[in-house]
Design a protein around this ligand. Structure first.
Ligand code: SF4
Ligand code: MG
Length: 317
């Protein structure tokens, strides 16, 4: 019953003419209605690509993405535009790509008109409502992007996303550029809007503190693969994958991670052009065996709400 919204993401990415980068390689996850699911990992792990593929901003070369049971990849452009209003994306700086000569009013009105969600004569009222929803004064509607602070811009980005009545909002590093105190305000706003409007959030971030603040469940990615999926509590209290443990070890404030489980990583993430064989983490994993170099581990169920992709997780507890 919970599984009304269902994604399957599989994608390859073409890079140049010959080299194929699988920025995201054969990954599959579900997004439940009304939840906040985060995708966390270092830069280049494929978390943004995953979000962008769902919207087909990055075009997958193979696979399927199902939304409400319908395959997004088989849709025509016209059908896709209709579905796009169900899924909105908020970037790190929503104004980076916008015309600085357009007011907030023009911007919101345009979004509503293109998606035909609000008739012209009702748009004024809706715009006032949107501004109030995101905690901005309606008088600001006639201002230009440069007149706002980073936090306010993000509120406007949220208002713009909400203007088409989406069911899902993808937040791609949406608070990463903000000061910590402003981050908390925006995260709390997203939570409030989620409760009031029944939104589903897919939250992409490299920041574990932010992820801990906002998530119900978390996906950890490494080099284009999912290494662990868990409820937030399971992930933060009992991380199972060596890479997840290593991510936590890098942050002293995650005191709950047992000291003897601390894992310090050597070296950098290998190039996605030629990912390591077997388990992609084997070149950096202190527990790697011969099997890890040869066989790709399958996703295994550890307990309710926790799955891990590692041959040896049971021995590593
Ligand atoms: Fe480490 Fe092997 Fe597990 Fe990969 S499968 S995380 S290399 S122990
Ligand atoms: Mg990114």
């Amino acid at each position: 019953k919970e599984l009304k919204q269902y994604f399957n993401v599989k994608r390859d990415k073409l890079f140049g003419e010959k080299q194929v980068v699988k920025a995201v390689d054969n990954i599959s996850f579900e997004l439940y209605e009304g939840e906040t699911l985060s995708i966390v990992g270092e830069s280049g792990c494929g978390k943004s690509t995953t979000g962008r593929s769902i919207l087909r901003l990055d075009e997958p070369t193979s696979g399927s993405i199902k939304l409400f049971g319908e395959d997004l990849l088989s849709k025509s452009t016209k059908q896709l535009n209709v579905m796009r209003k169900d899924i909105q994306i908020i970037f790190q700086d929503p104004f980076a790509s916008l015309n600085p000569r357009r007011t907030i009013r023009q911007m919101l009105s345009e979004a509503m008109t293109i998606q035909k969600v609000v008739p012209k004569d009702l748009q004024e009222g809706r715009m006032v409502e949107l501004m109030q929803l995101v905690g901005l004064r309606p008088e600001y509607l006639d201002r230009y992007p440069h007149e706002f602070s980073g936090g306010q811009r993000q509120r406007i980005g949220i208002a713009r996303a909400l203007s088409v009545n989406p069911k899902i909002i993808i937040c791609d590093e949406s608070v990463s550029a903000l000061d910590v105190s402003i981050q908390a305000q925006i995260l709390n706003l997203l939570k409030k809007l989620q409760r009031e409007l029944g939104l589903t959030l897919l939250f992409i971030s490299h920041d574990l503190s932010v992820v801990r603040h906002i998530s119900d469940r978390v996906i950890v990615m490494y080099l284009g693969k999912i290494v662990e999926i868990a409820s937030k509590d399971n992930l933060f209290n009992t991380p199972k994958h060596p890479y997840t443990k290593a991510l936590f070890s890098a942050i002293p404030t995650f005191e709950k991670v047992n000291r003897k489980e601390r894992i310090l990583l050597k070296g950098d993430v290998p190039s996605p052009l030629s990912p390591p064989s077997g388990c992609r983490f084997h070149t950096r994993c202190p527990f790697a065996t011969e099997q890890c170099k040869k066989e790709e581990p399958a996703m295994q169920n550890v307990q309710n709400n926790q799955e891990v992709t590692c041959h040896h997780w049971e021995k590593l507890i």
